[in-house]
Design a protein around this ligand. Structure first.
Ligand code: ADP
Ligand code: MG
Length: 693
């Protein structure tokens, strides 16, 4: 956030090689890191008065002279330093460090001491206070007393090496004295916003004059973060907003024909979405539309119809999905609808043989291939379109913002439809998408029934298997899902594979089981999925590769193992794999209450049983996870903000957007705002990487 302070932390007074090493261990390697290392709490020691007037039980500061000090022997020997002012005396007590303390002070020294005051009758005491020697009235440089002081967390190793919170406080104090942070915001903007200067804000985050300063400082930094982010996002999109998109017919003959071949009627919501999208695509201004619809609401059909409109208008259309399995499924679905119309639909994933890939790329470049479905592979630079009219991104929450922008950049001018089942809070939508307009599919296809959901202790697993067998006998199919968690991925895949072997020969013998995970060869993955789709497998034992988008309407049971390890959005997605047909479906969440079932995990499981509505789930998710970590690890692609809290700072998000737009209008390349431009250039738009096993 402060690129000009990306210099080694050893540049700060008081940080030698040893301390540099210790700081690096906790991720503080530059001066910028040091200033962004925030206190976890503050202690208010602004209350300072004559000794006699100090209130007991409170954090206070006294300024007084040393009368004397000595070690008092006893069961716990202690060093007692007696201070006095004109109103009375104060004893400072230490149970350790006597050797140093005995020599540290002389009679008559003027000290400032800060700590919690206790009283025994008339005696006033502070145990292990912070002490500062005041020489020649140098009151202004007090770091630990007479003010609100920051408290920093430290590791055991740091403490052992005497890099305590107190030592760190002094180091940071020095750093703040030494650095100069250029003010990146233009004066008029800062005035409009009534904000502190950047340097002031950073100083007050560590050393606020009063507690109220902390929030003002945080808001200033949050605003900066949001503004830099907006500017970066807009600079990526800027050159392309001037381009005009292809003008495409709302519903041409291909779209109409396809809709005519459906075995069902589009829902009212689907029709409304198609109208809105059609109007957008018929304009020259490139569409930016978010299609938000709960799992199973039928987003694929809307996408297919829109893609056909593009082809109707003589352009090409692309659909990007986050997993190979989903890309393959979409290719199959769209081919089934488009092939009868004589259209070529290609599938492009990273795993195709060279020759096939070359052929597809050629087809796209020459315009022979009208529609393509693929994974991230579509973003590869070798993919060039003859005339891309529409790009659709499915399950957008699984992609990074930057990837989306990259696709756009390459194909400046194409219309864009972004689809998601994960409701995006308003503030985040504003932050990420700027002027993206939203269409909501607020209606499920007719006949859908809520998925009956329960969570069970691991001990009840045999009952769950019995239930699963009954369901299969009645003609249903089931998923059993095992978690995959980042670095322990390999072990978890074994868990699915091991369970598959056990179940096949044990609790579920007699049923036809399949195993699916991300490390299977692509052909095998495809074969297993095809078998399950066809109904020649009863049970699919899987990792989270099937988490999003997979559509097998015959499946009626979703059993999730280690359900406590999944986030709410994920559980909701997994549950969304069933309940896609007319039959009643079930979701069984297995969690071990004897294990480490945290209150949060329990709240998530309870939320799942309480509602099936994606929007309610998203709201509960916000509540359970609390501000600050809402867009945590699972939500790949979302930026992580250090200061901005997207649930609380909606007003800041709004101002940042407005200010960014205005600024770029006057100075598109920020040529007149050097400090700001440097910061904007250092913004990383990528969220944490997504790793589905
Ligand atoms: P999602 O919104 O989760 O991507 P899909 O597009 O996968 O949902 O659709 C879920 C299922 O509903 C699919 O099997 C699809 O064929 C079916 N479907 C979509 N629209 C309708 C409709 N209007 N009536 C009945 N079934 C529909
Ligand atoms: Mg879908």
């Amino acid at each position: 956030m402060f690129p000009e302070l990306d210099v080694p932390v050893s540049a700060v007074r008081g940080v030698g090689a040893k301390r540099e090493e210790l700081l690096c261990e906790v991720g503080i390697s530059t001066v910028a890191d040091l200033l962004l290392f925030l206190p976890y709490r503050y202690v208010d020691r602004t209350r300072q008065s004559a000794i006699a007037a100090l209130p007991a039980g409170a954090e206070v500061t006294a300024v007084a002279s040393v009368r004397g000090g000595n070690v008092v022997p006893g069961r716990r020997p202690r060093f007692v330093l007696v201070l006095e002012d004109e109103s009375g005396t104060l004893e400072c007590v230490w149970f350790s460090g006597h050797r140093y303390l005995r020599r540290a002070f002389s009679s008559g020294d003027l000290l400032a001491v800060g700590g919690r005051l206790t009283r025994f009758g008339r005696k006033r005491q502070m145990v292990h206070p912070d002490v500062e020697v005041i020489s020649d009235g140098e009151e202004g440089t007090r770091v630990h007393t007479g003010r609100v002081i920051p408290v920093y967390s430290t590791t055991a190793r740091m403490k052992a090496e005497r890099l305590t919170s107190r030592a760190l406080r002094r180091v940071i104090y020095h750093a703040l004295e030494e650095v100069r942070l250029p003010e990146p915001l233009p004066d008029p903007m800062r005035d409009r916003f009534g904000a502190l200067s950047l340097g002031e804000a950073v100083r007050k985050l560590h050393f606020p004059d009063e507690m109220a300063d902390v929030d003002a400082a945080r808001r200033r930094l949050a605003f900066d973060e949001l503004l830099y982010f907006q500017l970066r996002l807009r600079s990526l999109q800027a050159f392309q907003s001037e381009k005009s998109g292809p003008v495409l017919p709302a519903a041409g003959p291909l779209t109409e024909k396809m809709l005519g071949t459906l075995s069902f009627e589009p829902t009212g919501a689907q029709r409304r979405a198609l109208t809105e999208i059609g109007e957008d695509m018929a304009r020259a201004r490139p569409m930016r539309r978010l299609l938000q619809g709960d799992v199973g609401s039928g987003k694929t059909l809307v996408a297919t119809a829109a893609m056909l409109s593009a082809v109707d208008g003589g352009a090409q259309a692309a659909l990007m999905a986050p997993t190979e399995i989903l890309a393959e499924q979409h290719a199959r679905t769209i081919r089934a609808l488009a092939a009868p119309l004589g259209l070529v639909v290609a599938l492009l994933t990273g795993r195709q043989p060279q020759r096939e890939r070359r052929e597809i790329l050629q087809g796209l470049a020459w315009g022979r291939v009208q529609m393509v479905v693929g994974t991230h592979a579509l973003l590869h630079e070798g993919v060039v379109f003859d005339r891309l009219g529409l790009a659709v991104v499915d399950e957008q929450h699984r992609f990074g913002v930057l990837q989306r922008a990259a696709l756009l950049e390459k194909e400046g001018g194409a219309h864009l439809l972004v689809m998601t089942a994960t409701p995006i809070p308003r503030s985040l939508a504003l932050t990420l998408y700027g002027d993206l307009e939203a269409t909501v599919l607020d209606e499920l296809p007719p006949g859908r029934q809520p998925v009956k959901t329960g969570w069970r202790a691991a001990a009840n697993r045999p009952n769950a298997y019995r239930f699963l067998q009954e369901q299969v006998s009645a003609g249903g199919q089931a998923y059993i899902v095992f978690p995959v968690i980042d670095d322990s991925g390999a072990r978890d895949i074994r868990a699915a594979a091991t369970a598959y072997e056990e179940l096949r020969n044990g609790a579920l013998s007699g049923l036809r089981l399949g195993l699916l995970h991300g490390r299977l060869p692509p052909a095998e993955k495809e074969a297993v999925m095809a078998a399950f789709r066809k109904g020649s497998l009863d049970v699919l034992v899987s990792t989270t590769v099937i988490e999003v988008g997979v559509d097998v309407p015959g499946a009626t049971v979703m059993m999730v193992e280690h359900a406590e390890r999944f986030g709410l959005a994920q559980l909701h997605q997994l549950r969304g794999r069933v309940g896609r047909g007319a039959d009643v479906s079930y979701c069984i969440l297995i969690a071990d209450p004897d294990g480490d079932l945290s209150p949060d995990a329990r709240a998530r499981l309870d939320a799942m049983t309480a509602t099936g509505d994606g929007f309610e789930i998203a709201e509960m998710d916000l509540k359970i996870r609390g501000p600050g970590q809402i867009f945590g690890t699972r939500q790949a692609g979302y930026p992580e903000f250090r200061f901005a809290d997207l649930t609380r700072d909606v007003d800041l998000v709004r101002s940042a957007r407005e200010e960014a737009a205005e600024l770029l209008e006057k100075d598109p390349n920020l040529e007149r705002h050097n400090a700001l431009r440097r910061r904007v250039e250092s913004v990383n738009l990528d969220g944490p990487p997504d790793r589905a096993g």
